[in-house]
Design a protein around this ligand. Structure first.
Ligand code: ASP
Length: 301
């Protein structure tokens, strides 16, 4: 059986100066997941490991460095799915978890599929995951953006921790994998849209919207304008089209569906049951990286 892995760092528009950081993070995430797949570990472990790397890095909108609500707080969503048995785990609106994707994987192994807010955080302690101070998840860059917005400088270019110019971007992360037992998994993690209302839950923890995996067809992780992704069930649209179309055509047609029905914007990474990889987006750009057995890694941002 072949192994394959694809990761993404969100769809949107990225200032030139941030591109090297994003590429570096994507390459690190790919490597973390690839190491596990290479050792014969399962697709779920690989996507969780890859996403955890990006949740640790401030250049992505997930875990540490998540975008902030309009009240200046972090509220994160994440979801995972395995294609063998269609198992799902997701968490929504969590603020005290360093790795929401790890918690989502714990939910996958419980009797529920989605836990939100303080209930999800209580569940984390039951499962032995540490709770962190929500303030520790706020990067300096996000804090500065929020402060600028409070001063009425919405969308203004600012400088990041390294003194470089940055803008508000969407950098949700995700991964899809095929393991050597032929099983698929998909994972997505995000801080959500910048300046969202407290309590807003996007597409990322919604099965069929932010992620989907079915061993018979393929697996998808999505990113972009969550409300439109959820209304069009973008991940499921792409996976279900694999019954009829090539991976490229399926990804393209699913995005067209979202655009036509909701006028939304989004991106997705897709892996087929055979390990073919396709990436599509209708935003200015999208960061991604992928690797298939016997091939070198590709990193794009
Ligand atoms: N889809 C995410 C959300 O709406 C944001 C993103 O992908 O950048 O919460």
């Amino acid at each position: 059986m072949t192994i394959a892995l694809a990761v993404h760092g969100g769809a949107g528009s990225v200032p030139e100066e941030l591109i090297p950081y994003r590429k570096e993070g994507l390459a690190q995430a790919l490597e973390a997941g690839w190491q596990l797949l290479g050792k014969g570990k399962d697709a779920l472990s690989a996507v969780v490991a890859a996403v955890e790397v990006m949740e640790s890095l401030p250049q992505f909108n997930a875990g540490y460095g998540s975008s902030l609500t309009d009240e200046g707080r972090v509220e994160m969503d994440a979801g995972v799915m395995t294609g063998d048995g269609l198992h799902v785990g997701a968490v929504a609106a969590v603020s005290r978890i360093a790795h929401p994707i790890r918690l989502a994987a714990e939910v996958l192994h419980s009797r529920h599929i989605l836990l939100a807010g303080s209930g999800a955080e209580t569940f984390a302690t039951i499962r032995g995951l540490p709770l962190v101070d929500p303030a520790d998840l706020i990067s300096r860059r996000r804090q500065r953006l929020w402060e600028a917005r409070q001063r009425g400088e919405q969308g203004a270019a600012l400088t990041d921790d390294a003194g470089k110019t940055i803008q508000v971007v969407q950098d949700t992360v995700g991964a899809v994998a095929l393991d050597n037992a032929g099983h698929l998994a998909a994972a997505t993690s995000t801080g959500g849209m910048s300046w969202k209302s407290p309590g807003r839950i996007g597409d990322s923890p919604i099965v069929g919207a932010g992620f989907y995996a079915d061993d018979a067809l393929g697996a998808v992780s999505t990113t972009g304008w969550g409300e439109t992704i959820a209304r069009s069930l973008l991940a499921y649209q792409a996976v279900s089209r694999l019954e009829q179309y090539t991976p490229e055509e399926s990804a393209r047609r699913a995005l067209q569906f979202l655009e036509r029905k909701t006028q939304g914007w989004a991106g997705l990474v897709l892996i087929s049951a055979k390990g073919e990889i396709s990436v599509a987006w209708n935003t200015k750009t999208m960061g991604y990286a992928y690797r298939r057995e016997g091939e070198a890694a590709t990193v794009y941002s």
